[in-house]
Design a binder for this molecule. Structure first.
Ligand code: DQA
Length: 148
């Protein structure tokens, strides 16, 4: 059996983790979160992609779909979660499983964050467990590919 591979995609403002509203998003930087995944799941091959740009996230999704080789995507789309129909359509257009993750519990926050336009087209949603949301997402993908 080939090794499970997960592309961790982060959208706008997630490059600022560690500095950005630590009371909501925690103290850890994105690099620390990514390294934590590699340490916790040595059996998984990880790739990492972050962009402040909606289109770059779409292009990355299409690129990995066309090239193949990825078991799943962990996606924290940041604010795009709440309004990007373009991102929703891109997720719909690819076969690779996409698991939506959020550090904060978007359903316990401001009204405008309580709606995700991407959830319906994602395989599942994990929200509110801080850094652990990414780890739970990785476990979910292992489960999806039958390795958990
Ligand atoms: C977030 C929640 C979003 O509402 C917000 O815009 C983010 C981060 C989270 O991880 O909790 O940028 O996706």
């Amino acid at each position: 059996m080939s090794r499970t591979s997960i592309l961790v995609m982060n959208g706008p403002n997630l490059s600022r983790l560690g500095k950005r509203e630590p009371e909501i998003y925690g103290q850890r930087t994105l690099e620390e979160i990514n390294n934590g995944l590699v340490d916790a799941f040595p059996e998984i091959r990880f790739g990492f992609f972050q962009s402040e740009h909606e289109g770059a996230l779409l292009e990355k999704l299409f690129e990995i779909e066309d090239k193949g080789g990825w078991s799943g995507v962990l996606l924290n789309a940041g604010a795009l979660t709440h309004y990007s129909v373009a991102l929703r359509d891109a997720i719909s257009a690819v076969k690779v499983p996409v698991v939506e993750v959020h550090l904060s519990n978007i359903y316990a926050r401001e009204e405008f964050r309580r709606k995700s336009v991407i959830s319906e087209v994602c395989t599942g949603v994990i929200s509110g467990f801080g850094v652990e949301s990414y780890h739970l997402g990785a476990r979910a993908i292992l489960g999806l590919v039958g390795k958990a």
